[in-house]
Design a protein around this ligand. Structure first.
Ligand code: KIV
Ligand code: ZN
Length: 511
């Protein structure tokens, strides 16, 4: 058995199944580039058969990423497998990940298939996938609630037909650590040919045990872990990549195992996922939360000043949290600007630098110091989030104590410029009324929040909203010195996501 644990990242597939986390092609590509920099062994880039948009996104990622393996998910049906292969085949390292449910609950109520039919499907699916790709992973969905002897039969069939990786998902996050290790040990002793394949684990976090369960599986001999950045994913999410990797690294004395992850890239990757999806990380989240390395109590502060190891088990710099508090101002030039962005993990093209530098200069004229958080907000808006369907050109609001709030909005809708004015209960309401009238959409506003990105009344304000339309949930963010403009941008950002989702149905609808 090797002493290396492979990291299979599924942020772009299972992570994308988080409500509101749908990413378009451009966003997926940006994140895939960062996952490659992070050093993940495998990127599950999507579920190509779920929509034309997802298939194209996977194909774009496959044609560009060189170091990580690019994998597409497929149900155990020929059409899915062929579509997944057509999306990933140009990759430098490619693969197909096929799955079928194995628990009686799923067989009876979802698949409506007998065990014999599932075995038959497994054999045919793996054999077809292997005729296309050298690298095939097979997953037994809901493995942890499946009959063990049946699980053995299914896995042996998949191995016989050439699957090189067998993945054991705790699909509904039902197991506890000792149960997982026992299951892995059982499979290792009972499945013929298991010594020739890589055994993998895939845990969901419904009981908050996904990371603990994944580590228990590793202790029992699993050598691939499937996980997502910030633990985003279906329902309560997936096992969090950063927690697994840092547990293995920090407790090397116990696990004696390594990964290929460049841990210094962890923090930036986490911030990028938040910037793209709009899903924030809770402050007390391990490794990447705002308070993960903050010491509030006087006794702790005193201890850390005297000797860091009294209260810190990891060096913040080892996960890419920089101690330097370098700030930029209006005299900073393009070179310093680019260097600061690179230190934050953003490697932009010349065109992207031109646009973001202009925004930076604008901001620096109005604000004495420009912090890293301001730069991240500018990059998120100008580079990461795209405006495919709607683009805000200008917005003018009139409000106050003695007037009826009015907003006039000019925007591009499907390539055509249009404008309109509406009244509302407040300036934000008037603006939203005008934008919705111009776009013709009628989403329900689930959440609206505004915050200052950094301190001071001249800080960039950030608006974040959550919309629902026809069962699709989209998150939108916008940043601007004027919080009302930020609110308008957040609405347009969320509407763009809804437009994308109505063109490309959410993968979870069809899993
Ligand atoms: O949770 C799960 O079972 C999955 C499979 C498709 C691997 O995501
Ligand atoms: Zn899953």
């Amino acid at each position: 058995m090797t002493n290396q644990v492979l990291i299979f990242d599924t942020t772009l597939r299972d992570g994308e199944q988080s409500p509101g986390a749908t990413m378009n092609q451009h966003e997926k590509l940006q994140l895939a580039r960062q996952l490659e920099r992070l050093g993940v062994d495998t990127i599950e880039a999507g579920f190509p058969a779920s929509s034309e948009g997802d298939k194209e996104a996977v194909a774009r990622i496959a044609s560009e990423i060189r170091n990580s393996r690019i994998v597409g998910l497929a149900r155990s049906v020929a059409e899915d497998i062929e579509t997944a292969w057509s999306a990933v085949e140009t990759a430098n390292k490619s693969g197909i990940h096929i799955f079928i449910a194995t628990s009686d609950i799923h067989l009876k109520h979802k698949l409506r298939m007998s065990r014999t039919e599932v075995i038959d499907r497994t054999g045919k699916a793996v054999s077809l996938a292997r005729s296309l790709s050298d690298w095939v992973e097979f997953s037994c969905e809901d493995a942890t609630r499946s009959d063990r002897n049946f699980l053995v039969e299914v896995i042996e069939t998949a191995i016989k037909e050439g699957a090189g990786t067998i993945n054991i998902p705790d699909t509904v996050g039902y197991s506890y650590p000792s149960e997982i290790s026992e299951l892995i040990r059982f499979l290792k002793s009972n499945v013929k040919g298991i010594e020739n394949i890589i055994l993998s684990i895939h845990c969901h976090d419904d009981l908050g045990l996904a990371v603990a369960n994944s580590l228990a599986a590793v202790e029992a001999g699993v050598r691939q872990v499937e996980c997502t950045i910030n633990g985003i994913g279906e329902r309560a999410g997936n096992a969090s990549l950063e927690e697994i990797v840092m547990a293995l690294k920090t407790r090397q004395d116990h696990f004696n195992l390594g990964t290929n992850i460049f841990t210094e890239q962890i923090f930036h990757t986490s911030r990028l996922v938040t910037a793209i999806t709009g899903i924030p990380v809770q402050p007390n989240k391990a490794i990447v939360g705002a308070n993960a390395f903050a010491h509030e109590s006087g006794i702790h502060q005193d201890g850390v000043i005297k000797e860091r190891s009294t209260y810190e088990i990891m060096d913040p710099e080892s996960v890419g949290i920089s101690k330097s508090s370098l700030v930029l101002g209006k005299h900073s030039g393009r070179h310093a600007f680019r260097e600061r962005l690179q230190a934050l993990g953003y490697y932009l093209t010349d065109d992207e630098i031109n646009v973001t530098f202009r925004r930076f200069k604008d901001l620096a004229d109005r604000k004495k110091t420009v912090y890293d958080e301001d730069l991240e907000a500018i990059v998120a808006e100008e580079v990461l989030r795209t405006t495919e369907t709607y683009k805000l050109l200008s917005v003018t609001m009139m409000g106050g104590t003695d007037v009826v709030p009015t907003a006039t909005v000019r925007m591009m809708v499907d390539g055509e410029e249009c404008h309109g004015a509406e009244l509302g209960n407040g300036s934000v309401d008037a603006t939203y009324n005008a934008i919705l009238k111009l776009t013709g959409r009628r989403p329900k506003l689930l959440r609206f929040a505004i915050s200052a990105i950094t301190g001071g009344t001249d800080a960039l304000g950030e608006a974040s909203i959550r919309l629902e339309e026809d069962g699709n949930v989209a998150v939108g963010k916008g940043a601007h010195e004027d919080i009302l403009v930020a609110s308008a941008k957040a609405m347009v950002n969320a509407l763009n996501r809804l437009a994308y989702m109505s063109r490309s149905p959410h993968p979870s609808v069809r899993l």
